[in-house]
Design a protein around this ligand. Structure first.
Ligand code: GLC
Ligand code: MG
Length: 250
């Protein structure tokens, strides 16, 4: 395998069905000729990813990283399967959902996400509107005083995830590489928003799609010595453009 390609789903792959279909065909060819291993890396749950493969034309993947890097799945994929236990136990040892709840207790401006978006190691809510920045600052302030360390991720000025400090998409990718003993000649990542920031901090070649949120564009702007490409085209068309730029597609 030459290329390990890791892509976020929402607004990175999705948004233009025709472009996604075209990209899917190209990825399939690369995987079949053993040139590429492909990972979907998302904030979605496993069931929302599998549903997307059925109904949204998401390309088939070799590994799934779900719930913002807190769950890793190896094939064959099916609803209700268990995530990789080693990664799970490592994150569980650092995090208590009950303690994390103190960070948002009685906090005006915090609206919990549905229970399908919560796990033992991911506490998620909505923080948006004019007072959102102050609310996020207060969560960070409480986190500093807490006994456990947290990774706090705000995306689209709306989605707020509280995760174990060692979680996140970037570290989950590193774990997969190590666990499977992968030694690709290059790792390419693609994303569009704040929950993708951590994928861009390990020296991987980074594709930022044209429609990316300011928090990701600002994040990559201050990374020095990182190979980052901001595409001209949005979503899947941009991903294809970025893959060609880095030589991940012929
Ligand atoms: C996905 C998840 C949601 C999370 C968001 C940002 O939409 O379903 O829980 O807050 O990604 O990471
Ligand atoms: Mg996204």
């Amino acid at each position: 395998m030459q290329t390990l390609f890791v892509s976020d789903i929402d607004n990175t792959l999705t948004g233009d069905e025709k472009a996604l279909q075209e990209l899917g065909t190209l990825l399939k060819t690369q995987r079949e000729s053993q040139e590429m291993l492909f990972i979907l890396c998302t904030g979605r749950s496993l069931s929302a990813v599998l549903e997307g493969c059925q109904t949204e034309g998401l390309p088939e993947a070799d590994v799934l990283i779900c719930h913002v890097g807190t769950e890793i799945y190896l094939p064959p994929f099916h609803v209700g399967m268990q995530p990789l236990v080693g990664w799970q136990n490592w994150l569980r040892s650092q995090f208590s959902y009950r303690l994390a709840e103190y960070l948002v207790e009685d906090l005006e401006g915090w609206i919990p996400q549905p229970s399908s978006n919560q796990t033992e190691i991911k506490l998620s809510g909505y923080v948006e509107g004019p007072s959102a920045e102050a609310t996020v600052a207060e969560i960070h302030r409480r986190a500093k005083e807490a006994t456990e360390d947290y990774l706090i991720v705000w995306s689209h000025q709306k989605y707020l995830d509280i995760l174990p400090a060692e979680a996140g998409k970037g570290k989950a990718i590193q774990y997969v590489k190590q666990h499977l003993g992968l030694t690709p000649t290059q790792v390419i990542v693609a994303g569009d928003s704040g929950n993708d920031n951590s994928m861009f901090e390990h020296g991987f070649q980074g594709i930022v799609v044209a429609n990316a949120q300011p928090e990701l564009k600002e994040w990559v702007a201050q990374l020095v010595d990182q190979p980052i490409y901001i595409t001209q085209q949005p979503a899947a068309a941009g991903v294809q453009e970025g893959l060609r730029y880095f030589g991940g597609l012929p």
